[in-house]
Each structure stands twice: as structure tokens, then as C-alpha cells.
Design a protein around this ligand. Structure first.
Ligand code: PLP
Length: 377
């Protein structure tokens, strides 16, 4: 197999894929593939409930939150979130911090459902600390967010997959009060660093993530929402997307993406076996530390992101001259290093080093980066 640096769908742990292959025709003596099971039968009920329980254990999710396995990806959540939560308060207001392409898409979609305001943005080249940075190269400082105190929720994207900007200093209740936003619920799109580290869920009203980075295959979207926020969906919200309905039926209001939930469940068990999120976070810290350290020592490669906000998951970088891009990618492929091309809106390269990428794969990349620099620098 290749070292796969795709931003998603991305590499999955090999042992998970092997187990799924072994169980493909006959899950646990049931005589059926998981794909062939009734979603209301005892076998899938066990698979789905166990996946939820394991996810709760991993993230330390208390009973005050519902855990939902939904469909439509994070893009659908851009609509499903406002349909469920913008009606929490009169005025139907939602505030957005724009830190990259994904959060901008979220804000654009939400405009269909209510009064949307951008409360801070890093889209311009305004600098964060006296230097000029590229647009989307940093996360707007919390103290500068101009949150409306009567907004229903405040949305952030905590890891911008395309830009490679990660933000973990989510404001707690005290800081929200200081911003004049004491009753505003924090909503987080954590898609691309979900399960890569522990997360302060006590600060959020709701968090969502497409699975196809760290959590499993595409097809299932994970939603964690505080139960007291349920039951406020707009009348236009399709019943299958009303969190209250999905929570009541433990993700089986209608036929769920059963096979994707099953694989995600195997990934959760794999993570628990690794020692949980604290353990995987240490590995992710080490992987990203080695890669960034290499780049910082090089005069050849350029990193676009403000050091304070460098993502541990998605590492965009540029070669000094775009004519080298094709040569770099061909050489990488020959060495078994795949899917390093940057997002089309940014150009350059991007290495996504999710949970399933071992340190060995990162070291293979660093070795190639070094040799490419020696030849072309
Ligand atoms: N949000 C973030 C941070 C993402 O990285 C992505 C996809 O990569 C999305 C939203 C959209 O996800 P989907 O394609 O599952 O709708």
C-alpha cells in the first residue's frame, strides 16, 4: 500500500480494513454481511449502539449530549445546523467566524435560513501580529469577534482542511460572556481534526464532523448536540434532518448509512486500543512537529500558515517555483507517496497526516522532501 496523504477520503487503519475484509461475508457468525442487515435487527442494533458508546468513551461525551450518525456530509450540515438551531431564539440570527473556505461555505448556506452575520474574518491580508499574511493563513483573535448577544449560535470551523489552519482555543462560557454573547451557543465544524485530539465539549452546544478523515469512510456524518437544544427545528426542516427525531430513534429514524457506521465503529475500537485520544494526540503532535521542524529549517519550501495556527492534520506547503510541482508529484508517486497535490483553490502541495498515517509515513515524506531539495534547491 501507498503512503496516502489525501485530505479525505483518507487512509484508514490497516487493521480496520483487514477486519472488515474478514467479516465481509459473515459478520460475527450472523451469516450476513453488515451491508445486508436490517437496520432494525439485533445485529445492526448492537453495531450502532456500540459505535455510539465507544465514541462517547473516546470523547468523554456525557448524557447531556445526543450523538447522531447522519447523512449528507458536513456540507449538508451547513443547512441542517441552521434548520435545527437558528430558531433557538427570536430573530433567527446566526454569527460566523470566517477562517477559510469551509467556514465561508457554512455561512453562505446558512443565509438561506435566517439573519447571518460575519463577526470576524481572516479573508483579507490584514495581519494578526504586525506582519502581512496571506488570506486565510490565521484564525481571527477571539477578542475581536463581534458576536451579537441575541444570536442563536456562533459557528466556527476549528480545522480548515484546505488552508491548514487549526484553532483549539474555543471560548468557554466566561469568555463568551466577556464578548457579550453569554447565551449564544458555540457550533463547531470539527470535520478534519475530529478524533485527532481531545476536545472541550463543555464549551459547545453542537459539534459536527464528516467521517471521511479520521473517523471512517464517507457516508456518515457525526453530530454531537446538547439535548436541551433539540426540538427547535424550523417547520421547513425535513423530518429526517430534525435532530430531535434522529436522537429519539438513536440514529435509526430512517435507514442510516449502516456500513459506514460499522467501519467507523471499528475505527473507534482501534482508537480505544491505541490508548484513546490522549495517546493518539501525542502521536499526532510528534508527526506534525517533525514535519514542521523540517520545513522551518529549509529555505526551499514555503509554509503559508501563521505558526500559531498550523494544523496538525493538514500541512500545505509550496515549492519555490510552480514549474517544479509536476516533477515533485511524479517523484513522490514513484516512492509510494500519494495524493500530495494541494487543493485547487490554493495550489502548491498539501500533506494530510491523519490518525492512520504512522510516523514512518511522515519520515518517508521528509526523506523525499530532503532529497528533492538537494536536487532542485
Ligand atoms: N468542512 C470541512 C472542514 C471539510 O474539510 C469538509 C470536506 O473536506 C467539509 C466541511 C465538507 O464535507 P463533505 O464533503 O463531507 O460535505
Amino acid at each position: 500500500r501507498l503512503w496516502n496523504f489525501s485530505a479525505g477520503p483518507s487512509a484508514l487503519p490497516e487493521s480496520v480494513l483487514q477486519q472488515a475484509a474478514q467479516e465481509m461475508l459473515d459478520w460475527n457468525g450472523s451469516g450476513m454481511s453488515v451491508m445486508e442487515m436490517s437496520h432494525r435487527g439485533p445485529e445492526f442494533t448492537r453495531i450502532c449502539d456500540e459505535a455510539e458508546d465507544d465514541l462517547r468513551e473516546l470523547l468523554g461525551i456525557g448524557d447531556e449530549f445526543a450523538v447522531l450518525f447522519m447523512q449528507g456530509g458536513a456540507t449538508a450540515e451547513n443547512a441542517i445546523v441552521p434548520m435545527n438551531l437558528i430558531g433557538l431564539r427570536d430573530g433567527h440570527k446566526a454569527d460566523f467566524v470566517l477562517s477559510g473556505i469551509w467556514s465561508r461555505k457554512s455561512a453562505t448556506e446558512a443565509r438561506k435560513y435566517g439573519d447571518v452575520s460575519v463577526v470576524a474574518s481572516s479573508e483579507s491580508e490584514l495581519n494578526q501580529d504586525g506582519r502581512t499574511w496571506q488570506p486565510w493563513a490565521w484564525f481571527p483573535a477571539v477578542d475581536q469577534w463581534q458576536v451579537r448577544p441575541d444570536a442563536s449560535f456562533l459557528h466556527i470551523c476549528s480545522n480548515e482542511t484546505i488552508g491548514g489552519v487549526e484553532f483549539m482555543d474555543w471560548p468557554d462560557a466566561r469568555r463568551m460572556r466577556a464578548l457579550g454573547a453569554g447565551d449564544v451557543e458555540l457550533v463547531v465544524d470539527a470535520s478534519s481534526h475530529f478524533l485527532s485530539r481531545s476536545m472541550p465539549l463543555d464549551r459547545v452546544g453542537m459539534l459536527y464532523a464528516g467521517a471521511q478523515k479520521n473517523a471512517g469512510p464517507a457516508g456518515v456524518t457525526i453530530v454531537v448536540v446538547r439535548r436541551d437544544l433539540l426540538g427547535h427545528a424550523l417547520p421547513i426542516c425535513p423530518s429526517a434532518f430534525d435532530y430531535a427525531n434522529v436522537a429519539k430513534e438513536r440514529s435509526r429514524f430512517n435507514t442510516p448509512p449502516a456500513y459506514s457506521i460499522y467501519i467507523a465503529g471499528l475505527v473507534f475500537k482501534w482508537l480505544l486500543k491505541q490508548g484513546g485520544l490522549d495517546a493518539i494526540e501525542k502521536v499526532n503532535q510528534e508527526k506534525s512537529r517533525r514535519l514542521y521542524q523540517f520545513f522551518d529549517r529549509s529555505d526551499f519550501y514555503q509554509l503559508p500558515v501563521h505558526p500559531q495556527f498550523r494544523s496538525r492534520m493538514n500541512v500545505p506547503f509550496f515549492l519555490p517555483d510552480t514549474t517544479l510541482d509536476g516533477i515533485f508529484l511524479d517523484g513522490a508517486r514513484e516512492r509510494g507517496l500519494a495524493q500530495l497535490k494541494g487543493h485547487k483553490s490554493v495550489g502548491g502541495m498539501r500533506a494530510s497526516i491523519y490518525n492512520a498515517m504512522p510516523l514512518e509515513g511522515v519520515m518517508a515524506l521528509i526523506e523525499y522532501l530532503e532529497s528533492f531539495e538537494r536536487t532542485h534547491g
